[in-house]
Design a protein around this ligand. Structure first.
Ligand code: NDP
Length: 445
């Protein structure tokens, strides 16, 4: 980097101790160097310096009472990163690893992802270091109500519309929505991922995983391949992983492995997705339980080994930096030809380099997993119209959006002399729309 190196140095200096945020910004700025060369007006207007600085960062105390009657304190976050093209939009993550740097990396990625969907949504992200795992429904409700009591001051259907992410599914969205409505006396589409009887959209639950597969279908089709008969490994066993597994199987793939943070299952004849749904969505148990339903599957402790399983396609759908350079080398040596990120930034920069150097097709998260937020935007649209579309209508729109995203990324990559580099394509295509809007709206914005 030449022009944007100073911007990168400032990000590191102004945001110490936030390596995930630095990693996400570096990847984007490296792709945008060519844009800075072609568009000196954006450099002059400080677009690059402004886009890496959140418009607003909110941190707050979340006190709540556990089932033993003890007072607990967690920390809540909402980073409202960029509203140039629409209200802030992005999920809430509840996980003990959450701190400001994680929320900033996710919020930054969200700006470009949301822009790629072609829908009018800005970028934001939030969450807490609260761990829903092992908590009773009442404890989760107590926490969500306290969290929303503070968050409600900063969000709104035209301001900022949060959704789910790791640790925030339908149950949590329900408690959060109920509290927002109670505090504001206002039934409004302030959150997405809502239940179907109170403003939710059909196909939102499935959208990220399904969208990921629609994106992969396009990406591999361009190289004359398809899901039919392909052996697929998926990491994670949460919302994204489950519906990626379901759609990949519908498209003819043999999904052979899934994991959670404790270990992984390898089921060579094909994962039974109904069993996984029962264990993870209904019983809220560990993936290890799978072998009690299917004794021919093998369970191994720890997640690292999942990348040693021979596969054609891998879809990392758990969390950031789960595939490193070494794991990438093993995947390549075993003949893996395509990788698409269902999670946000699950591949380290070293892993991405290994994939590129070995001609592995690589779909970056901000493009490949954008189906979730795109369908959230369709939920906002239905809420505004006070109308609902059928599953098929939403699914068709989702499929078209994912095709357009793939096309947009490929074309942007080609335009900047980076053919087949979807990382550069996604960053450039996502950036251009936001940059144009920021430029038009003036410096004070
Ligand atoms: P869930 O909470 O439903 O599932 C997360 C899954 O990942 C669980 O199986 C979890 O296991 C596993 N996991 C979490 N941390 C680790 C870890 N350190 N090592 C191994 N496994 C881990 O979350 P989602 O499926 O919603 O989200 C998964 C990823 O997809 C995240 O990166 C998220 O940001 C991204 N994403 C989600 C979207 C959505 O619509 N939900 C949209 C776009 C991106 P365990 O139960 O043991 O914690």
């Amino acid at each position: 980097m030449k022009i944007l190196e100073k911007t990168m140095k400032n990000v590191i200096k102004r945001n110490p101790g936030e390596p995930e945020f630095h990693q996400a910004v570096r990847e984007v700025l490296e792709s945008l160097e060519m844009v800075a060369e072609r568009h000196p007006e954006y450099v002059e207007a400080g677009i690059f310096e402004r886009i890496v600085e959140p418009e607003r960062q909110i941190m707050f105390r979340v006190p709540w009472i556990n089932d033993k009657g003890e007072v607990q304190i967690n920390r809540g976050f909402r980073v409202q990163f960029n509203s140039a093209i629409g209200p802030y939009k992005g999920g809430l993550r509840f996980h003990p690893s959450v701190y400001l740097g994680i929320i900033k990396f996710l919020g930054f990625e969200q700006i470009f992802k949301n822009s790629l969907t072609g829908l009018p949504i800005g970028g934001g992200k939030g969450g807490s270091d609260f761990d829903p795992k092992g908590k009773s429904d009442k404890e989760v409700m107590n926490f969500c109500q306290s969290f929303m009591t503070e968050l409600s001051k900063y969000i709104g259907e035209n301001t900022d519309v949060p959704a789910g992410d790791i640790g925030v599914g339908g149950r949590e969205i329900g408690y959060l929505f109920g509290q927002y409505k109670r505090l504001n006396n206002n039934f409004t589409g302030v959150l997405t991922g809502k239940g179907l009887t109170w403003g939710g959209s059909l196909a939102r639950t499935e959208a990220t995983g399904y969208g990921l597969c629609y994106f992969v279908e396009e990406m591999i089709k361009a190289k004359g391949k398809s899901f039919k008969g392909a052996n697929v490994v998926i990491t994670g066993s949460g919302n994204v992983a489950i519906y990626a597994c379901k759609k990949a199987q519908e498209l003819g793939a043999n999904v052979i492995a899934l994991c959670d943070s404790n270990g992984y299952i390898h089921h060579a004849c094909g994962i039974n997705v109904d069993t996984v749904k029962q264990i993870k969505e209904i019983d809220r148990k560990r993936i290890k339980e799978y072998i009690s339903y299917h004794p021919d599957a093998v369970y191994s402790d720890g997640c690292d080994g999942i990348c040693n399983i021979k596969c054609d396609i891998i879809l990392p759908c758990a969390t950031q930096n789960e595939i490193d350079g070494q794991a990438a080398k093993t995947l390549v040596a075993n003949g893996c030809y395509a990788v698409a990120e269902g999670a946000n930034m699950p591949c380290t920069p070293e892993a991405v380099k290994v994939f590129r150097e070995n001609g592995v097709l690589f779909g970056p998260g901000k493009a490949a997993n954008a189906g979730g937020v795109a369908t959230s935007a369709l939920e906002m649209c239905q809420n505004s119209m006070r109308y609902t579309w059928s599953f098929e209508e939403v699914d068709t729109k989702l499929k078209n959006i994912m095709k357009d995203i793939y096309q947009g990324c490929s074309e942007a990559a080609k335009e900047y002399g980076q053919e087949n580099n979807l990382v550069a394509g996604a960053n450039i295509a996502g950036f251009m729309k936001v940059a144009e809007a920021m430029y038009a709206q003036g410096i004070a914005y």
